[in-house]
Design a protein around this ligand. Structure first.
Ligand code: PLP
Length: 444
């Protein structure tokens, strides 16, 4: 690999050259927060994200080879823009957008449906779920729906926010049988390509998937990738950049592209892959030690530690507070679960600190937490119509029978409790209460 011919090398050389920057951005590379010197715009030689033909294109091809994809493109606006791009591609190829989707989708999916006037038919948890984050969708659930309905694509979130993983291989076989493309929100699984075995959605048969690099690889916030499988129709790939640019800023961040470029180099030389594999093993050991102290790790993801705190007599929020007393900040907590996200950058000392904390926090008998399971709601109007309709705020206790205007999610994990256009029913109100939501917007 010629490291001198990379985006990162270009940015470093430009910084060292001391060139007078008579171009944007206005900080001119002078230190304000400390990262300015590498923060440039589309100057000569730097390539352009949405027409990548030089160094950025080269970096994307390197990443594509690492992931074994037909094509990989970079995003500097997270998986959020990749999700809208995947939906935009389906809309432009099919002329319409009827999606069979797991209900535990991220809000970016709903926003994409609103912008593209897409219609979502939901697959709900087949078993009782104590979180809006998890749907436990099976290949049989998808088979049943595809056998009776007409859809332009299937959309699955896996891994979900709690670290549960769907059977992407089985679901992709069903999709292939019905000739319907499979789109996967793999925001939490960029590293899954490099675990043993390889569990990346593209390897397992998805047609397109998005990976937030910043969630599980050593990359800056906002970095993501959109992958296309080798068997993906050419019509999906050919217009992908233009469609992404419809949703994106015309000033994509070179700091973020540099971060992706550096990551591709760290993966290429094998060092990062070794660290990912080591972290997956270390996380498994940590989980087994945590369970020996009376706690219950759940989920299948190899680099996430999700604890069902309620089974040990604490709410997830209480457990998170106790961990903070040890200097540990969790990713997420709710009345049931606490989520910790180690990565290849987590040190042995940090793993030991987690183990020490769990060895000292007192676990008790199971707590009864009344978490309603997400259930089907009647749709009154389309997502688009409701999201852009005049609306008013009402207290949750007065919302039953009204039409949800703004999709309602908890701040994290941004998974919808009620989706724009749905009639709010008794179960939705119970879910709002469980997630501490007091006021919502309904259509006037
Ligand atoms: C499941 C899931 N999908 C998509 C996203 C959006 O990713 P990003 O923050 O990279 O835009 C998130 C963010 O938390 C997420 O949890």
């Amino acid at each position: 690999m010629n490291d001198n011919n990379t985006l990162s090398a270009f940015l470093e050389a430009y910084t060292e050259s001391g060139t007078a920057r008579l171009h944007m951005p206005a900080h001119k590379g002078k230190p304000v927060t400390g990262c300015e010197s590498l923060d440039i715009t589309e100057i000569k030689g730097a390539d352009y994200l949405y027409e990548a033909a030089g160094l950025i294109g080269e970096s994307e091809r390197r990443m594509s080879a690492l992931y074994g994809t037909g094509r990989t493109i970079y995003s500097t606006e997270g998986s959020s823009i990749c999700i809208k791009t995947m939906l935009g591609i389906i809309k432009s190829v099919c002329g319409k957008l009827r999606v069979l989707a797991g209900r535990n989708c991220h809000k970016a999916f709903i926003d994409g449906c609103a912008l593209l006037d897409g219609e979502a038919v939901w697959v709900y948890p087949g078993m009782k779920s104590r979180s809006v984050c998890s749907s436990f969708i099976t290949a049989q659930d998808i088979e049943k729906k595809l056998s009776v309905g007409e859809f332009d694509c299937v959309y699955i979130t896996s891994p979900d926010y709690l670290g549960f993983m769907a059977d992407i291989e089985g679901i992709s076989k069903v999709c292939r049988k019905h000739g319907v493309p499979l789109l996967v929100d793999n925001a939490h699984g960029a590293y899954l390509r490099f675990t043993e075995p390889d569990m990346h959605p593209i390897t397992l048969g998805a047609d397109m998937c998005c990976d937030s690099a910043h969630k599980t690889l050593p990359c800056l916030t906002g970095t993501a990738m959109l992958h296309f499988s080798k068997s993906c129709p050419e019509s999906f790939l050919s217009d992908a950049k233009r469609i992404m640019s419809v949703f994106g800023s015309t000033s994509p961040s070179y700091l973020l592209m540099n971060s992706l470029d550096k990551c591709s180099l760290m993966l290429s030389d094998g060092a990062l892959i070794r660290r990912i594999r080591h972290t997956a093993e270390r996380t498994a050991l940590c989980k087994s030690r945590v369970s020996s102290y009376g706690f219950f790790p759940v989920g299948d993801e190899p680099m996430k530690i999700t604890i069902d705190a309620a089974l040990s007599g604490l709410t997830g929020n209480d457990l998170a507070d106790k961990l903070r007393e040890y200097g540990i900040e969790p990713e997420y907590s709710d009345p049931v679960y606490t989520v910790l996200m180690p990565s290849a950058m987590t040190t042995e000392d940090e793993f030991r600190l987690i183990e020490k904390a769990f060895s000292q926090i007192k676990a008790g008998g199971a707590l009864t937490v009344d978490m309603p399971s997400p259930e089907p709601c009647e749709r009154a109007v389309s997502i688009r119509e409701a999201m852009f309709a005049p609306s008013e705020a009402v207290r949750v206790e007065d919302a039953e029978g009204r039409v949800c205007a703004r999709t309602i999610t908890g701040c994290q994990p941004a998974v919808p409790i009620a989706v724009s256009g749905e009639l709010i029913n008794e179960n939705t109100v119970r879910l709002f209460n469980a997630y501490g939501i007091n006021d919502i917007y309904v259509t006037k």
